[in-house]
Write a new protein. Structure first.
Length: 254
């Protein structure tokens, strides 16, 4: 980029001071003296704005509105977006004159999570966390579907704060747990032969929401991630699939 655009037109931000120093030294060795900044890339760098392009080399739960604010109208933001590492996608959005950005997902993608957004995985006695459920039923969708990229992507749209843990208990039966600590909700899925049973607790029925997304997706022919559109505003993200009310998700900024 320095070679093509001119070194003064490229800004790169790295949160780790040692990595930033190595990057700066490598650029200098290649003959370029560019803007290598140590800092939180989620905040951008306002004094160098506006930018024509923003390219994120880490995964983010959602595109920070600071990036939209610092990109000129017509500029493009490219970032790996999602909360489940198995279900992230590469989003490409264009900034509009009204301060919003919209576009679509162009591919499935995986990238290390932004350091400040990395999730500490729930550990300890998982069975005690699911002791008090509000009922049990047969699951309409097997949690093993989440091993595939598109179902995992839809799951993190339906339950963006949920963590998924897979274990095999002493009785030999596979178990899949979903925990949403922010909303104090859980789902436990237990394999029973070819079927799965699900127990849920808390104010949000996590597996109900995920099943609704996966069944709705199947009903419209299982389209690829490239059919998912994204709109970014200062209030949050809205995701659309096939203009279906059942396949529309809003993730507000909390």
């Amino acid at each position: 980029m320095c070679h093509r655009l001119g070194e003064d037109n490229v800004t790169t931000i790295e949160v780790d001071a040692a990595v930033a120093a190595r990057a700066d030294a490598a650029l200098e060795a290649a003959g370029f003296s560019t803007w290598t900044v140590t800092g939180d890339g989620l905040l951008g760098l306002p004094r160098r704005a506006p930018y024509d392009r923003v390219i994120a080399t880490c995964g983010v739960r959602r595109i920070p509105y600071t990036w939209v604010r610092q990109t000129r109208p017509g500029g493009v933001i490219l970032a790996t977006v999602g909360s489940l590492l198995t279900g992230t996608g590469l989003a490409k959005v264009t900034v509009r004159d009204d301060g919003t950005a919209d576009g679509r997902f162009v591919a499935h993608a995986s990238f290390m999570q932004a350091r400040s957004q990395a999730v500490t995985q729930i550990a300890g006695d998982l069975s005690s966390r699911v002791a008090y459920s509000d009922g049990e039923r047969r699951a309409l969708v097997a949690p093993t579907d989440l091993d595939e990229p598109m179902p995992a992507f839809l799951a993190q749209l339906a339950a963006p704060a949920a963590q998924v843990l897979r274990v095999r208990a002493g009785d030999g039966r596979a178990r899949v747990y979903l925990f949403d600590p922010d909303r104090e909700s859980f789902a436990e899925l237990v394999q029973d032969g070819d079927e799965w049973g699900v127990r849920q607790g808390g104010p949000v029925r996590l597996w109900d929401d995920i099943e609704r997304a996966l069944l709705g997706w199947a009903d419209i022919g299982r389209p690829d991630i490239t059919e998912v559109r994204l709109r970014v505003t200062e209030r949050g993200h809205t995701y659309f699939l096939a203009n279906s009310p059942e396949l529309r998700w809003q993730h507000p900024v909390c």
